[in-house]
Design a protein around this ligand. Structure first.
Ligand code: GTP
Ligand code: MG
Length: 194
């Protein structure tokens, strides 16, 4: 898909601030620093619409980005960063629950995991949490450029096994560095936009 127009609508921490319009939404979830913001930027061919950082914890709010006036990408703050206080974790949990349990225009969640490693306990929790809310999940295994070609199939199998992925959920190998998997990711997104 060609994105001609992409803009940050709002950085929200609670429901009152979510955009009022009811165009479809696709959310990006995943561990801190896994590459959620980089995924968005690569898909829309912008270097830095969604702010990225080599330090974990860059995205702390729900960032709603409007694409071509037709749908929204929601960049969700990451989890699993050790240096976060109990209080901040609770705040994060409330923010997630409020968003994922109430947002009607949310069509599908892309759960971003690192293809180099087995999914973490937090990744498994997030997957189960999304399934609990009956949300369609597409798993994106990113940083594909960081493994040898020969490891790809084995790592993808591990991701499927450890998450306990359901048959209907798609798994997409991806790299924000090379753009590999970009068209497949767009295909997955388009299926949920109507
Ligand atoms: P938070 O907002 O902190 O939750 O992080 P995030 O998930 O948005 O990660 P972000 O996109 O900021 O990327 C984190 C780091 O990983 C940055 O240094 C990126 O350049 C790097 N990165 C992201 N995707 C890839 C990828 O596919 N390949 C490689 N080699 N590096 C990547
Ligand atoms: Mg981010």
């Amino acid at each position: 898909m060609k994105i001609n127009q992409a803009e940050l609508v709002i950085s929200a921490v609670s429901q009152k601030q979510y955009p009022k319009e009811s165009i479809p939404e696709i959310a990006l979830a995943g561990r801190s620093n896994v590459g959620k913001s980089s995924f968005i930027n690569k898909l829309i061919q912008r270097k830095a619409l969604a702010r990225t950082s080599s330090k974990p914890g860059k995205t702390q709010t729900l960032n709603f980005y409007k694409m071509n006036e037709s749908f929204l990408f929601v960049d969700v703050p990451g989890y699993g960063y050790a240096k976060v206080s109990k209080k901040e974790k609770e705040k994060w949990g409330k923010m997630m629950e409020e968003y994922f349990s109430t947002r009607e225009q949310l069509q599908m969640v892309m759960l971003i995991v690192d293809i180099r490693h087995d999914p973490s306990k937090d990744d498994v929790m997030m997957y189960d949490f999304l399934k609990h809310f009956d949300l369609p999940v597409t798993v994106v295994a990113t940083k594909l450029d960081k493994i040898k070609k020969g490891q790809k199939a084995k790592q993808l199998k591990r991701v499927m096994e450890v998450l306990g992925m359901e048959e209907q959920d798609q798994l997409i190998p991806f790299s924000a560095e090379t753009g590999e998997g970009k068209e497949v990711a767009w295909g997955a997104i388009k299926r949920y936009l109507s």
